[in-house]
Design a protein around this ligand. Structure first.
Ligand code: UT7
Length: 360
């Protein structure tokens, strides 16, 4: 019997994919560019290297690769997709949206397509929107992508920021499921009063591009890192505990926590405050740095392909970012492990078939 058209339904992830550009920028490379050291970067951030898009390679290119992998892992074709949401701060152009360019690249002709601008929290916000659209039967099959080419807005003469960020894309496909499975609870927050702590001052309608703004390097990210740090830990802790409460769960129920990858010290502080062991927390910041809205879907795809999630597990996502924005979600995992994946030891992640120790 087919379900009543007004029956409540949930939303779950049915496919995951990721893509990072081939070029690796190491801490040793950065030592030749600014006054920094491999030791400082590793000790203060946990980052060893990050990926950088090739000249001419834009966010939609990275996003399309990740999207194809997510559709393939879901066993779906572009024609099955009816919504494409792209969470990004670095679209190819101001107009049209990155999502429309992705729609054309992957040939998803039936899909509505639009960008979401919530900085590093974009993917978590996207999960909330996808849950609402699928639950309300506005969408059946949503392709949600987090993508950044932050290297295009990072000032490689500013050591406060250039050591942190990297490029990459992660994607998931969401479809309907039973209401007590998939995404169980989501919290989403913002505080525009904190807009100045992380910003790109020029290039928008407040301060349009001129030769003076380019000269002043105002098209690059400016950040008060010391102010962001405590906010990051507090906001992720509060929103994560809020999502757990909404979902009727406790931290002990969480099999895997995937936090936004901004700084290993932020991840360590968070896991200590919420009381979860490192073996249940995903970290790949050593290899990719901070890829903003892409960091959670990249981490999720690696965890899935390494066999770290099985149906029935509880997985939590938590993020904070410029705006300020922050939010968390918890879900009951429904996707079977990909074919050929053996249950991997916690603490491992696989990239294109290579299994490496996280943090090694
Ligand atoms: O997705 C959200 C994006 N943003 C974030 O998540 C940022 C959150 N904040 C952080 O991750 C950290 O605050 C940073 C990694 C940005 C900085 O670490 P910190 O431990 O807070 O260092 P600090 O800003 O307090 O700076 C300590 C010192 C300063 O020198 P003085 O003033 O003590 O002489 C900095 O100038 O370290 C200096 N410094 C560096 N030294 C070597 C700052 N950046 C560097 C660097 N290499 N790259």
């Amino acid at each position: 019997m087919s379900p009543r058209p007004d029956a409540v339904r949930g939303a779950t992830i049915v496919g995951t994919g990721m893509y990072v550009p081939a070029r690796v920028l190491t801490n040793a490379d950065l030592e030749t560019m600014v006054d920094t050291s491999d030791q400082w970067i590793r000790e203060r951030t946990g980052i060893a290297e990050r990926r950088i898009a090739a000249p001419g390679e834009a966010s939609s290119d990275l996003a399309a690769h990740a999207a194809r992998r997510a559709m393939e892992s879901a066993g779906l074709t572009p024609n099955d997709i009816d919504h494409i949401m792209v969470a990004t701060t670095t679209p190819d152009r101001i107009l049209p949206s990155c999502a429309c360019t992705v729609q054309s690249k992957i040939g998803a002709r039936r899909a509505a397509a639009y960008d979401m601008f919530a900085a590093c929290t974009g993917f978590v916000y996207g999960l909330g929107l996808a849950r609402g659209l699928i639950g309300a039967r506005v969408a059946d099959t949503v392709l949600l992508i987090g993508v950044e080419t932050l290297s295009r807005i990072v000032d490689y003469s500013d050591r406060n920021t250039c050591v942190l960020f990297g490029d990459g894309a992660g994607a998931v496909v969401l479809r309907s499921c039973a209401v007590d499975e998939g995404l169980l609870a989501i919290t989403m927050h913002s505080d525009g009063e904190l807009g100045d702590v992380l910003e790109v001052p020029a290039g928008g309608s407040r301060c349009p591009a001129t030769s003076d703004t380019v000269e002043a390097r105002d098209h690059f990210i400016k950040m008060h890192g010391r102010k962001v740090f405590p906010f990051a830990v507090r906001s992720m802790e509060e929103s994560l505990l809020g999502a757990l409460e909404l979902g009727g769960l406790s931290m002990a129920d969480i099999d895997l926590l995937i936090p936004h990858q901004a700084n290993q010290r932020i991840i360590d502080a968070l896991q200590e405050r919420v009381g979860i062991g490192a073996e249940r927390v995903v970290s790949n910041i050593d290899r990719y740095g901070n890829t903003s809205s892409a960091s959670i879907p990249i981490s999720l795809d690696e965890a899935v392909r390494a066999g770290r999630l099985k149906p029935g597990d509880c997985v939590a996502f938590t993020a904070f970012g410029g705006g300020a924005t922050w939010g968390s979600s918890v879900m009951r995992w429904t996707m079977p492990a990909p074919l050929g994946v053996h249950a991997a030891a916690h603490g491992s992640a696989s990239v294109d078939g290579v299994v490496r120790k996280v943090g090694a």
